[in-house]
Design a protein around this ligand. Structure first.
Ligand SMILES: Cc1cc2nc3c(=O)[nH]c(=O)nc-3n(C[C@H](O)[C@H](O)[C@H](O)COP(=O)(O)OP(=O)(O)OC[C@H]3O[C@@H](n4cnc5c(N)ncnc54)[C@H](O)[C@@H]3O)c2cc1C
Length: 436
């Protein structure tokens, strides 16, 4: 079959690779000049770094198996995760269940209660029973108001900002399940994985394999229309960087773009189009700091101090050695943000100037002279918002147009978005699309 794929993120690339292996013809279009989508990389200190921080959990079995199949398993490293919590002017370690027991911001009673709730959720299987309750309601009820305010609300604020009260409990449940599987034993340390050389290594290898199997990859090419006749897919209209337009014929089209974009590309029955547009996304804004010295010894630092304008300080070089980046120390300061966030119109220098005084709060010896370079990345569709009864709102992967399928990151529910699940969904949808 001739398959057209919209989007050159890991979901689209995974689908293309899988289809080519089973003998289909594939063309993939990506509007950006590079492949990799949200997991794309750029050059820093002679190494490749993700525009947005990325790591793996041991439960990310699809991507781990794909790396093995591609002969890249020797690139996978696993390190003890170093998680911290910045509040009251200091860093609380937060990597192990013992750290939770020592977390003096809540009473010992609340710590024990939180530990019991954690054990319960890690073992809980029937997430569908949690669909009609928000994470905020569930946590207030079972972990208690104080644990919600001191632990969960700051975390949910960091991830979902204005949407934090709306997020359904299955989203939070999925986090307990993935995080617990990353511990070797109950009280052990969590392991986090990274692909040495960056996610770009995986993207480059997929690109190579796809072209070796005569698949066609076209970055810098926007899909402007999905074309159908009598409710069946016939092709894609594309426009390259020079503005040239073409119509390409396909039997099947797989879209991996956010579902809210789909109704802009093709007329869909109203009910399905409404489902596509009802899934909201929030954006992400990350500043990358290339420093002469380390900011802290923590990899993932949740920033609970509301006077600090970023909610996460992630020190990449506490997971990956600085030698990967020419000996530099790499820190992301990041936020998930709603559409009206004050930073969208700001440029890099304004945001950097705004953040600098706050780095000193995290490390009082920090000096501006440590900064060698900064980068700014903004992405409007970074995190789908999963509200209650989401499975009933989420558009099905098979659309009402014959031959048109969607494998968007908002459809990996109840799991949270991640490269593992995008690849898995891309492959699953590709297999169904050429079979049904
Ligand atoms: C801040 C942040 C941190 C993250 N951390 C992690 C992590 O630690 N671990 C992890 O595994 N995952 C992480 N992720 C998630 C991961 O990056 C995504 O789940 C995954 O990359 C999504 O892949 P995708 O192919 O489904 O979508 P995308 O990467 O969004 O790909 C869709 C592509 O479609 C293209 N496109 C859109 N419209 C058109 C059009 N009309 N024509 C042609 N092309 C089009 C877009 O340019 C894009 O490249 C993170 C994401 C963010 C934002």
């Amino acid at each position: 079959m001739r398959v057209g794929i919209i989007g050159g993120g890991v979901g689209g690339l995974g689908a293309a690779y899988d289809l080519l292996k089973s003998g289909h013809e594939v063309e993939l279009y990506e509007r950006a000049p590079f492949l990799g989508g949200l997991a794309s990389t750029f050059d820093v200190g002679g190494g490749q770094l993700e525009r947005f921080y990325h790591h793996l959990f041991t439960s990310d079995t699809t991507i781990i198996e794909l790396l093995q199949e591609l002969g890249l398993d020797d690139r996978l490293i696993w390190e003890d995760s170093k998680v911290g919590w910045f509040a009251d002017g200091k860093i609380y370690p937060f990597s192990t269940p013992f750290d939770l027991l020592k977390f003096s911001r809540v009473s010992i009673f609340d710590r024990i209660r939180m530990g019991l709730v954690t054990l319960y959720l890690q073992r809980y299987k029937n997430w569908k029973n949690l669909e009609n309750i928000t994470a905020a309601e569930w946590m207030r009820k079972w972990a208690g108001k104080r644990n919600w305010e001191m632990i969960w609300e700051p975390l949910m604020m960091g991830k979902f900002t204005v949407y934090r009260e709306q997020i359904a409990m299955p989203w939070l449940w999925s986090k307990f399940v993935t995080r617990s599987s990353s511990r070797q034993h109950l009280l052990g340390k969590e392991k986090l994985g990274y692909i040495r050389g960056s996610w770009g290594t995986l993207v480059d290898e997929l690109q190579q394999r796809i072209t070796n199997m005569n698949g066609i990859l076209k970055p810098n090419t926007l899909v402007t229309q999905i074309v159908s006749q009598e409710n069946r897919i016939t092709g894609l209209k594309i426009r390259n960087a020079d503005g040239e337009e073409k119509l390409r014929p396909f039997d099947v089209v797989i879209s991996t773009v956010p579902t809210f974009l789909l109704p802009n590309l093709i007329d869909l029955p109203k009910e399905y189009a409404d489902q596509c547009t009802s899934v909201e996304y929030e954006g992400a804004i990350a500043v990358i700091w290339v420093l002469k010295k380390p900011l802290s010894n923590i990899y993932w630092l949740n920033v609970a101090d509301r006077d600090i304008p970023f909610l996460l300080a992630l020190e990449q070089t506490n997971l990956v050695p600085p030698s990967e980046y020419g000996g530099k120390h790499i820190v992301y300061t990041a936020n998930y943000v709603p559409k009206d966030d004050y930073r969208w119109p700001l440029d890099e220098s304004d945001i950097v100037a705004d953040y600098i005084p706050h780095l000193k709060k995290i490390n009082p010896s920090f000096e501006e002279s440590w900064i060698e370079k900064t980068y700014l990345h903004k992405e409007a569709a970074a995190q789908p918002i999963m509200t209650t009864n989401y499975s009933q709102k989420m558009p099905s992967v098979k659309t009402p147009i014959n031959g048109l399928w969607t494998a968007a990151m908002s459809q990996v529910y109840p799991m949270d978005r991640g490269t593992n699940y995008s690849i898995q969904l891309g492959i699953d949808v590709a297999r169904r699309a050429v079979k049904e």
